[in-house]
Design a protein around this ligand. Sequence first.
Ligand SMILES: [Zn+2]
Length: 375
Amino acid sequence: MSIVARHRLPEETRGLWVVRTSLVSPRSIERVVQLASRYGYNALFVQVRGRGDAYYRSSYEPRAETLAGQPADFDPLGYLLQCADGVGLQIHAWLNVFYVWSQPRPPRSRQHVISRRPQWIARDRHERYQMTTAGKVEGVYLCPSNPNVQAHTLQVFAEVAQRYPQLDGLHLDYVRYPYEGYCYCAGCRARFRNAMAERVTAARRATLDRQAAGRNPLAWMEAFPEAWDEWRREQVSAFVQRFSRQSRQVNPNLILSAAVWHDALSAAHHKFQDWRRWLHSDWLDTVLPMAYDRDTAVVQRQAAQAMAQADGRPVIVGIGAWQISPDSAVNKIRAVRRHAARGFCLFSYDVVTQSGASETYLRQIEGEVNPKPFG
Ligand SMILES: [Zn+2]
């Protein structure tokens, strides 16, 4: 590893997550940059891959449906980078990883990954998946262990890094399984079986293969529940490692980060999102644990825990501003600072500004976000 400081993470990141609904017109993008710089922020995490679609120029995924009313050459990310040039805002491309659809109807574009490759969709124990956020899962995920899914997703992300060299960072979200109930697709069953086959006796192998071919397709997973969990964790971690290597090759200055479940243990066990390992292995430069509770004492506790779990690596604490008052946001920013986190990030610009229509919230917390020296 080079001894040159690789990334340029500020002393304190004062960030806003910007949901893709604010990227649908040049005017709304101008407003994002204007408000963020006016009210003391220094970083934007801008959602440019929402649901297997693109708010940028992509060769691999369809343009987002919400951009249909805009001229074909309108490039939200490109335009945002242009607007943010020289105003002191870091721009991170926020990329949803395995989560690719959340509507009851199929995508309009036949180029969309779930239309082109339905066999890549993650399945539950009954081979089912769901299209919307109505149940326990947010919608359609792709199977994290499928090598084609990983290759496709890496190709998509490499293009973002290559095409937009002005970016300060790449920010992963939904880099995890939906929950323990996924993925039991045919590919996972075969891959896990192959990973385990060498570790058991020939007799055991024959028995499990017979069961799996007959009444219990999940025989291998059920026989080795701990190994099955570990294997799933490994799939996501392998993706993050590849993503890291690739991104640093394309642009060594990129800050690599992920939005994560706030408690590392729970993340690793229930979402197979082993972010502690990703930080300690230097695959990511920082994580943004989502400490979205309304109660400041809870947020303070979660921030302290995440900092301890990160073991000295930079942590930027995510605050659920959408569901708290400006006063409460101020208290949480103070709590985060008391724990010497590397900054905070509010979720989200869109909610607190009512999609750019109101400055009231940002104005009310401005004094805390960016305290100015006397005089
Ligand atoms: Zn699968």
